[in-house]
Write a protein that binds this ligand. Structure first.
Ligand code: SF4
Length: 331
């Protein structure tokens, strides 16, 4: 039987078909000395099916904290003792954040709110906010405001939201260990509606929640079945006061194996480094990931933790000769 990376070379690199779950588990359990080979192959897959460009995105929190849900990794839940408190951003600040994001060369600006799903107040804020941004800044607007009804999906399309983020977070089989206030299926239902609406689907998750490697492979395969336009890959950055506040970080080598595996599951997806990469991998890991299948980054701060300065990432992309995707190319 051929080796999993040999199989991946013909199936993923040459034909563009992602690896199935059993092969993904084989990648996630490769011995340490084979990690560079896996990353190199993942990089070739990314270059072949996505090209050298890197998509840069900024995110802003329209409503921070006070969420009624209990996702155990999240400091924005109002059910834990984490120090994030509910705060709303006003429209001028939102526009200013979009302007600063665009100034870094980013093409995507994602408005995020810590909610189960939007209520009328939040929908009104989005309506006004997206309109104000579109009038003032050249950037594409994405949103991440939880679970949606069909009417809300339709409205987001109508106001010009072009990509919607809603993470499945982890494997279906592990999700009940991490969230009790809603189900994986409810998240999946929102994603199906978003997909059918024509908005781009952005869906990823967090590694290191206590899932097994088999569940990591399961999750990658479930994402591949959804076939999202973008997958943000987070590594748990344990937040004080949350139920997962004491969990260990993902081992750096496991994180690199996961990057390779997710790229080999999703050859055409924008695979974005999101939260936790700095503490999990350090600066060197950022480089390894970008040479191992990752082709998008978030600039600036994450929602509740600090990221690296935008200039560091942009300098690294320059050094790696990876052009930042231009707005004209993404419109
Ligand atoms: S992950 Fe989202 S839904 Fe879950 S507690 Fe945090 S803000 Fe709420």
């Amino acid at each position: 039987m051929p080796d999993v990376l040999d199989r991946a070379r013909s199936q993923v690199l040459e034909q563009g078909t992602g690896l199935a779950e059993a092969d993904l588990l084989a990648v996630l359990t490769l011995p340490d000395e084979r990690i560079p080979q896996a990353l190199q192959l993942a990089h070739e897959v990314r270059m072949r099916w996505c090209g050298p460009e890197v998509e840069v995105e900024g995110i802003v929190s329209l409503k921070t904290g006070g969420c009624p849900e209990d996702c155990h990794f999240c400091s924005q839940s109002g059910l834990f003792t984490s120090p994030v408190r509910a705060v709303w951003l006003d429209i001028p600040s939102l526009v200013e954040a979009a302007r600063q994001t665009a100034a870094t060369g980013a093409t995507e600006f994602c408005i995020v709110a810590a909610v189960r799903g939007p209520d009328e107040r939040l929908m009104a804020q989005l309506r006004d906010g997206v309109k104000a941004i579109k009038e003032a800044v050249e950037i594409q607007v994405a949103a991440s405001v939880g679970m949606l009804t069909q009417a809300q999906v339709d409205e987001l399309v109508a106001i010009g939201v072009h990509r919607y983020n809603h993470n499945l977070e982890t494997a279906r089989s592990y999700f009940p260990q991490v969230v009790s206030t809603h189900s994986w299926q409810e998240r999946w239902d929102t994603l199906r509606m978003v997909r059918a609406s024509g908005m781009e689907v952005c869906c990823g998750g967090i590694l290191g929640l206590g899932e097994s490697l088999a569940q990591r492979a399961e999750f990658a395969a479930q994402l591949a079945a959804l076939d999202p336009h973008e997958v943000p890959l987070n590594f748990l950055n344990p937040r004080p006061g949350t139920p997962l506040g004491d969990r260990p970080l993902v081992d750096a080598k496991d994180a690199l194996r996961a990057i390779a595996a997710f790229r080999l599951a999703l050859p055409r997806t924008i695979l974005r480094y999101a939260g936790g990469r700095e503490i999990t991998l350090g600066d060197l890991g950022t480089r390894d990931g970008l040479l191992g299948g990752v082709n998008a980054v978030i600039v600036g701060n994450y929602l509740t933790t600090l990221g690296r300065p935008a200039t560091d990432d942009l300098a690294l992309l320059d050094e790696l000769k990876m052009p930042v995707k231009a707005l004209s190319a993404s419109l």
